[in-house]
Design a protein around this ligand. Sequence first.
Ligand SMILES: O=P(O)(O)O[C@H]1O[C@H](CO)[C@@H](O)[C@H]1O
Ligand SMILES: O=c1cc[nH]c(=O)[nH]1
Length: 236
Amino acid sequence: MATPHIAAQPGDFAPDVLMPGDPLRARRIAKVLTDARLVTEVRGIAGFTGTWEGRPVSVLASGMGVPSISIYATELFRFYGVRRIVRIGTCGGIGPHLALGDVVVATAAHTDSAVTATRLPGVHYSHAPSFALAAAAVQAAHDEPGTTVHAGAVLTSDAFYSGESDLLTHLAARGTLAVEMEAAGLYATADVEHGEALALMTVSDLIGRDVEMSAAERETTFDRALRIALAALAAA
Ligand SMILES: O=P(O)(O)O[C@H]1O[C@H](CO)[C@@H](O)[C@H]1O
Ligand SMILES: O=c1cc[nH]c(=O)[nH]1
């Protein structure tokens, strides 16, 4: 069995999938899992299945942007029996109280992406995660020493380089925490496919404040986000 973007056999994926944006991070996660085996490698997007503390878990990268994560999430939910996907990514902080390395649990995702709007004309769709996964992730983040966690809305943008715009200022004034590029697509796909999803991001830069993480800081904080995601999947 194969789909256009995944070449795995039925049963190759666990019901729970971790989804970083970056394929290299997927390989890094696979090294943390026990007995991880390669199950797909189409377009260099390697997927692995192993166990963590005795529970089966898979990992597959999403690539960047709503169209890309929508493709992988749809194929996993629809054809491979996947039930829950947790995105582990990075985001740019826009809320004034956010700091580098903080963890953002996206309890809502505004978006400028046309993907949902074109499917449901006239509706301003609410992109929301699984409540159980979001609550479990907030708890797991509280249990991680030295971690500041924020639960709230993010902007899922189609544009990484958004140019001159007051949009982020207006969103921050309305409590939006951060900007990234996939959460709304994942949440909309989970709704269509009757799955569960969560986007959990680490703040890697502070937009407008010209501050960003070093490579070493990214790795340390990424490991922490991975522990939080795995603990949330085990608890929810
Ligand atoms: O760190 P990841 O998961 O790739 O996420 C963020 O980084 C990419 C942009 O550099 C976008 O995909 C954005 O959502
Ligand atoms: O989409 C993203 C991700 C991380 N940082 C940003 O500024 N934007």
